[in-house]
Design a protein around this ligand. Structure first.
Ligand code: AP5
Ligand code: MG
Length: 215
């Protein structure tokens, strides 16, 4: 099974992706995580992406499509099935993905669109902490670590993402409404869209997603 997770910044895509991939045994491919790893490794792609990411804009479509196809095409990913988180993010990216998947005789089986309003995602992002080592995501109120500031799994010191600063969050939301929201209509037309309410606890959201993926 190949899935796409859509939703605004802070909707809980990364949080749910980890659970969905465990339940359905899929490879989690988060474009944001891959870009942050490229930046950390100081690659040319990472250097090119940096300014767009820090200002809340989007990295150019051609760079992102090439980067994601490089991961999607790996034999172990094709074999197991994948969940795309944060990609595609524009209609051009969705078209590019569809074309490239069809030449490899692959397709997207379902697109889960998580709906969460701007006020709630802002609350979620301003309290987010993540583990720089294993990527586990926390929230200081909604899902705090057992020991303040430390990852439950590996004990690493948790960090905040630079793009969670309020001014950048506003710009990320503006970018989402302008360029990413139209993707729901694109996938609706193809008959694969499953819209879920992203509000409530992480367990409640996970159960809704599981139900629409099994339907
Ligand atoms: P990316 O890393 O993809 O960021 P994003 O889409 O803005 O999403 P986030 O990762 O911020 O949020 P999330 O939905 O994963 O929520 P999370 O689970 O962490 O992209 C970063 C940047 O890279 C982009 O701005 C762009 O520049 C670039 N980029 C990436 N992909 C690109 C593409 N395809 N094209 C062009 N550029 C691209 O949860 C958030 C918080 O909420 C956490 O604290 C969590 O604990 C909490 N939480 C989760 N669920 C709940 C719940 N049910 N109740 C309460 N709290 C909850
Ligand atoms: Mg994420």
């Amino acid at each position: 099974m190949n899935l796409v997770l859509l939703g605004p910044p802070g909707a809980g895509k990364g949080t749910q992706a980890a659970r969905i991939c465990e339940a359905f045994v899929l490879v989690h491919l988060s474009s944001g995580d891959i870009l942050r790893a490229e930046r950390k490794a100081r690659t040319e792609l990472g250097r090119k992406a940096q300014g767009y990411m820090d200002s809340g804009g989007l990295v150019p479509d051609d760079l992102i499509i090439a980067m994601m196809m490089d991961h999607i095409s790996r034999p172990q990913v094709v074999e197991r099935g994948f969940l795309l988180d944060g990609f595609p993010r524009t209609v051009v990216q969705a078209q590019g993905l569809d074309e490239r998947l069809s030449t490899r005789r692959l397709r997207i089986d379902a697109v889960v669109n998580m709906e969460v309003d701007d006020a709630e995602v802002t609350r979620r992002l301003t309290g987010r902490w993540s583990c720089p080592k294993d990527g586990r995501i926390y929230h200081e109120v909604f899902s705090p670590p057992k020991k303040k500031g430390l990852c439950d799994d590996c004990g690493e010191t948790l960090t905040r993402r630079k793009d969670d600063e309020p001014g950048v969050v506003r710009e990320r939301l503006r970018t989402y409404h302008e360029l990413s929201q139209p993707l729901a209509a694109y996938y609706e037309k193809r008959g694969v869209l499953r819209t879920v309410d992203g509000g409530g606890t992480t367990d409640e959201v996970f159960n809704r997603i599981k139900n629409v993926c099994q339907a």
